[in-house]
Design a protein around this ligand. Structure first.
Ligand code: AMP
Length: 206
């Protein structure tokens, strides 16, 4: 099963992608994680991506599509994958259709008012785990691997507003794109916990 995970920044895509991948035996592919790893290692891709990420804009399509195309050529994706954060606009979706076959698009729908508060309180670990300060009780280490938690550089109010605008203008049209292909499944989250959202996701995926 090949899944595209859609949702605004802070909707919980990363958290759900990790769980979906584990339960269904899929590979989790996050373009944001790939860019952050490249920035950390100061690679040419990282140097290009950083200014766009810091501004809350999308990294150019040619760069992003090529990264995903190459990733999907690896053998480990043969049992299926969850694309977390790709595609993020119609150009990328059309490009993806040239080299992949998507079975399901899961859209995690969260009220925009909640997103800002969620993202600004987010703390992440380099292992991919994600937390919110309201449930950490002052802890700053990852419960899964013991790594040091930190706030992503682009999780500040100014960049988050730009990311939400980018989402609304460029990414939200993908809901209709996958809807028209009868591949869309929507999870209405409201204020639900990650466990409740995951239960709803499993109900939709079967
Ligand atoms: P994420 O971790 O998915 O929130 O992504 C963090 C940032 O990486 C985004 O705000 C974009 O700047 C960049 N990014 C991630 N995925 C893509 C994509 N598919 N296309 C362009 N830029 C992306």
């Amino acid at each position: 099963m090949n899944i595209v995970l859609l949702g605004a920044p802070g909707a919980g895509k990363g958290t759900q992608a990790v769980r979906i991948a584990e339960k269904y035996g899929l590979v989790h592919i996050s373009t944001g994680d790939i860019f952050r790893a490249n920035i950390k290692d100061n690679t040419p891709i990282g140097q290009v991506a950083k200014s766009y990420i810091d501004a809350g804009k999308l990294v150019p399509d040619e760069v992003t599509c090529e990264i995903v195309r190459q990733r999907l050529e690896k053998k480990d994706v043969s049992a299926g994958y969850v694309l977390d954060g790709f595609p993020r606009n119609l150009i990328q979706a059309h490009e993806l259709d040239k080299f992949a076959s998507i079975d399901v698009c899961l859209d995690i729908d969260v009220d925009e008012a909640l997103l800002l508060e969620r993202i600004c309180g987010r703390r992440v670990c380099s292992c991919g785990a994600s937390y919110h300060i309201s449930t950490l009780n002052g802890k700053d280490t990852c419960a899964k691997c013991g790594g040091k938690l930190y706030a992503r550089e682009d999780d500040n109010p100014e960049t988050v507003k730009a990311r939400l605008a980018t989402y609304n203008i460029q990414t939200a049209p993908l809901i209709s794109y996958y809807g028209a292909q009868n591949k869309l499944k929507t999870v209405m989250c409201g204020t639900k916990t990650p466990d409740e959202v995951f239960a709803a996701v499993c109900g939709l995926l079967g």
